[in-house]
Design a protein around this ligand. Structure first.
Ligand code: NAD
Ligand code: WQD
Length: 346
């Protein structure tokens, strides 16, 4: 079976995708410098799949080390490129770090692919490229205009998409699929892998699970005066296992030569928008736990509402988000409990 390079494979979405790739029969080489993940994730993957992925501790900024890695694993046929810095707030404070990491990592891979005859790349993009879509573009399909980025992080996603376009336009012998994720949440149903907390969470779900666990006193809900049904912001929360599966399908489409264009773009979401309050109330109900919260002022830069029109991915990729929000929110809580047990002294 073919070998896939997964950059950022010990990270949140990368680890779940590695599981799905290996369960589909692929061999996987993970490249990750562990700047935002933990080596123990490999044990979780091995426990789920029954075999270990190959792992190389390499920084994607290190062209020479990547070059040697491609020589070592000469059977790599495709890349799923997750490795990137992803914290929106940090990107405002350290823009150059974000531009360097996210742009140069991609450029190194794109330069090395033809050298090592690797033809296919899946790139992790984000719904952040759409900003706040106009009312007539909600739900958002792939033709919605790209809005000026609200953060250096968002800008790196836009620029990376353009870099891939330009490389292919300049006749690089590669094909690409760009996947624009909406809001990935949840964890593997085994509760053996999930999202690792890094300081005080910025994202909603880790904050909710940590509050339910008593690690945080209460959740702050940022604004209830938006023009939405209950006044809180609306997002398209997509289960991480569903998201991972889409990568396997996208890669297979390229390997099988089924693409309509050398570069294709797909939105990955459920097609359903949920408010912050709906998430919190559903989490409480399905897990039978309390999540104390207070309403505070709006968070700067927040988008009022955005959710996906995933029809293109549904039809063309034959992929559909399947897990219910109840299942997903249960998995988030199970993962938080697993983390808590791991951190307790014996
Ligand atoms: P993550 O931080 O959990 O995973 C990223 C992994 O990449 C980490 O393990 C990190 O150590 C590694 N990494 C970063 N820079 C590296 C480098 N230079 N060399 C080697 N390894 C490096 O993040 P995630 O949530 O799994 O996100 C994966 C991708 O999906 C990112 O590109 C992110 O921008 C994108 N994305 C994430 C979300 C989200 O909400 N999680 C939404 C849209 C898009
Ligand atoms: C979701 C909703 C908050 C925390 C970010 C990035 C985006 C993408 C996904 C990578 C919002 C509300 C949150 C809290 C709250 N990442 N909230 N209290 O902002 O949609 O997207 O992550 O590409 O680029 O911008 O996700 O999880 O931060 O927030 O009320 O403590 O929850 O206001 O409405 P967001 P989020």
């Amino acid at each position: 079976m073919a070998r896939i390079l997964v950059t950022g494979g010990t990270g949140y979405i990368g680890s779940h995708t590695t599981v799905e790739l290996m369960q589909a029969g692929y061999d996987v080489t993970i490249v990750d410098n562990l700047m935002n993940s933990n080596i123990d994730v490999l044990d979780g993957i091995a426990a789920i799949v029954g075999r270990r992925p190959d792992y190389e501790n390499i920084d994607c900024l290190d062209y020479v080390a990547l070059d040697k890695m491609f020589e070592k694993y000469a059977d790599i046929v495709g890349i799923i490129h997750f490795a990137a810095s992803k914290a929106v707030g940090e990107s405002v404070e350290k823009p150059l770090l974000y531009y360097r990491n996210n742009l140069n990592s991609l450029i190194n891979l794109l330069e090395l692919m033809p050298v090592h005859k690797v033809k296919h790349i899946v790139f992790s993009s984000s719904c952040t490229v759409y900003g706040q879509p106009d009312a007539d573009h909600l739900p958002v399909d792939e033709t919605a205009p790209i809005k000026p980025a609200l953060s250096p992080y968002g800008n790196t996603k836009q620029i990376c998409e353009e870099i891939i376009h330009d490389a292919i336009h300049a006749k690089s012998p590669i094909t690409a699929i760009i996947l624009r994720y909406f809001n990935p949440i949840g964890a593997h149903p085994s509760a053996l892998i999930g999202e690792l907390p890094n300081g005080i969470p910025n994202n909603l779900l880790p904050y909710v699970t940590q509050t339910a666990m008593g690690i945080r006193k209460e959740l702050s809900i940022f604004g209830n005066d938006y023009n939405t049904p209950d006044g809180t912001c609306v997002r398209d929360y997509i289960d991480v296992v569903d998201l991972a599966k889409a990568h396997v399908v996208a890669l297979k489409r390229m390997i099988d030569g089924k693409q309509d264009d050398k570069i294709e773009i797909f939105n990955l979401g459920t097609g359903r928008g949920l408010s912050v309050l709906e998430i919190v109330e559903t989490f409480k109900r399905v897990n039978n736990v309390d999540v104390p919260y207070k309403i505070v002022g709006r968070r700067e830069g927040d988008i009022e509402q955005v959710w996906a029109k995933p029809d293109k991915a549904n039809k063309v990729l034959g992929w559909k988000a399947e897990r219910t929000i109840e299942e997903t929110l249960r998995s988030s809580w199970q993962w938080q409990q697993h983390l808590n047990n791991m951190q307790k002294p014996d």
